[in-house]
Design a protein around this ligand. Structure first.
Ligand SMILES: *Cc1c(COP(=O)(O)O)cnc(C)c1O
Length: 370
C-alpha cells in the first residue's frame, strides 16, 4: 500500500502519544499483573454462573441496549445514598463506557472549540491530558509537592487568575490520586470549596471503596463539583467498562445530551446492576486487599534502597532512594518482567497494584533494586 500523506488528519493528532495498555497475550494467565490497579479477584464463581444464566435467558441480542440506564442509575443512587446524608436521584447520575467516556464528555461539554483549558497536577491519571489533547484542548500541568504529592496551591491559584486566553474551566483531582495513592488533604478540600463557581471541579473517586473517603456529601453545597466513580476496580468489572458521574442535574443533563445513545452494552449494564445487587459478596474482598497492601508496604518500606509512599488505595507508589532515573526504574521493571511480574512505570516512579497473597509474594521475592 502506498503511504498516505494523511493531509486529511488533524496535524496535532499525528504527534499524540496514546495511552498504551500492557498487551494481553495468550499466556497472560501465567503473568502476575500488577500494572492496572484492577482487583486481583474474578467475580465469585457462583455469581458468574448466575450472570451467565441471565445472559442466556434474558438478553435479546437483536435488540439495542436500554439507552436510558434507569435500572442501573436507580441501583447506583441506592448505593451512594448509603454513604451520604443527601438523597441523590437518578437525574444526578450519568453512566459511561468506563469513566474514561465520562471524562471525554466532560471535556466536550466544557472546553471544546477553544472555550477553555484544564488544570491537572502531575503525576496524575494520564487520561485527562491525553483525552484533552485528542480534542485539541490545552492542559495546564503543575508539579505536585515532591514530599507528599499535595497540590502546589499557590501556583495553581496563580495560573487560574493569570490564564486569560483560554480560561481554566475544569480542574481534575483524584481522591486518592493515581499513581501516588494519596487522598486529598483538608487544606486541598477547602481550596476546592473556595474555587470560583465558573470552574468545574472533577473529583475522581475511582478508588473510593479502598480509601473509604468520599466528597459526595459536598455536592449539594457545591453545584460546580462532579464526582466520578467506576466499576473497574473494587467491583471487579474492569472487563465490562462501566463508570458513573454524580453531579447537579443541570450538569448531568448536558452529559446525557452529548453521549452516544447506546453507549453501554446490555451485558455491561446487567453485570454492573448484578454487582450492585450482590455487593455484599463482592466488596468484602476490599478488606483483604487492604491488609495485603499493608503487608507489602511494610516489606518495601524496610528496603533502604527504596523511597515508598503511604497509600490510601489498592496500589503502592515508590521510587529509588538514590538515582531515581527513568533508566533505573525501567531496569527494575524489566527485571520483574523476566519473572512474569508486570508493574507500571509512570510519573517518574513505579506503581505496583496489590494482587493476591501469592502474587504479592512473587513481587516481593523478585524485586531487585541494585
Ligand atoms: C482506573 C481509573 C479510572 C477508571 O477508568 P474506567 O474507564 O472506569 O475503567 C478512572 N480514574 C482513575 C484515576 C483511575 O485510576
Amino acid at each position: 500500500m502506498t503511504r498516505s500523506n494523511l493531509s486529511f488528519i488533524r496535524e496535532d493528532l499525528l504527534n499524540l502519544s496514546a495511552y498504551i495498555p500492557t498487551p494481553i497475550s495468550e499466556n497472560s494467565q501465567q503473568l502476575t499483573r500488577l500494572d492496572a490497579n484492577e482487583s486481583p479477584y474474578n467475580l465469585p464463581s457462583e455469581l458468574k454462573a448466575k450472570l451467565a444464566l441471565i445472559y442466556e435467558q434474558e438478553i435479546e441480542t437483536n435488540r439495542y441496549p436500554d439507552g436510558s440506564h434507569v435500572k442501573l442509575k436507580t441501583l447506583i443512587t441506592d448505593y451512594i445514598n448509603e454513604s451520604s446524608l443527601t438523597a441523590f436521584k437518578i437525574n444526578n447520575i450519568s453512566v459511561g463506557n468506563g469513566s474514561d467516556e465520562l471524562i471525554r464528555s466532560i471535556l466536550i461539554a466544557t472546553c471544546l472549540n477553544n472555550q477553555g483549558s484544564i488544570l491537572v497536577a502531575n503525576p496524575t491519571f494520564s487520561m485527562y491530558g491525553i483525552l484533552a489533547q485528542s480534542l485539541g484542548i490545552v492542559t495546564h500541568t503543575i508539579n505536585r509537592n515532591e514530599d507528599d504529592f499535595t497540590w502546589d496551591l499557590d501556583t495553581a491559584n496563580k495560573l487560574i487568575t493569570e490564564e486569560k486566553n483560554t480560561p481554566i474551566k475544569v480542574i481534575f483531582v483524584v481522591h486518592p490520586n493515581s499513581p501516588t495513592a494519596n487522598c486529598l488533604t483538608a487544606k486541598e478540600i477547602q481550596w476546592l470549596k473556595d474555587l470560583p463557581q465558573d470552574i468545574l471541579v472533577v473529583i475522581d473517586e475511582a478508588y473510593y471503596e479502598f480509601s473509604q473517603q468520599t466528597l459526595v456529601s459536598g455536592l449539594p453545597q457545591h453545584p460546580n463539583w462532579l464526582i466520578l466513580r467506576t466499576f473497574s476496580k473494587a467491583f471487579r468489572l474492569a472487563a465490562h467498562r462501566v463508570g458513573y458521574a454524580v453531579a447537579h442535574e443541570d450538569i448531568i443533563k448536558v452529559l446525557e445530551k452529548i453521549r452516544l445513545p447506546y453507549n453501554l452494552p446490555t451485558f455491561s449494564q446487567l453485570a454492573s446492576e448484578f454487582a450492585l445487587q450482590h455487593r455484599d459478596l463482592i466488596l468484602p474482598a476490599v478488606k483483604d486487599v487492604m491488609e495485603e497492601k499493608e503487608r507489602v508496604y511494610q516489606a518495601l518500606v524496610n528496603n533502604p534502597l527504596l523511597k515508598v509512599w503511604r497509600s490510601d488505595a489498592n496500589f503502592i507508589y515508590l521510587r529509588l532512594a538514590q538515582n531515581p532515573s527513568n533508566e533505573n526504574h525501567d531496569r527494575i521493571m524489566a527485571q520483574l518482567k523476566q519473572k512474569d511480574v508486570i508493574i507500571r512505570h509512570t510519573g517518574g516512579g513505579l506503581r505496583i497494584s496489590i494482587g493476591t497473597t501469592s502474587e504479592n509474594d512473587r513481587l516481593l521475592n523478585n524485586i531487585s533494586c541494585d
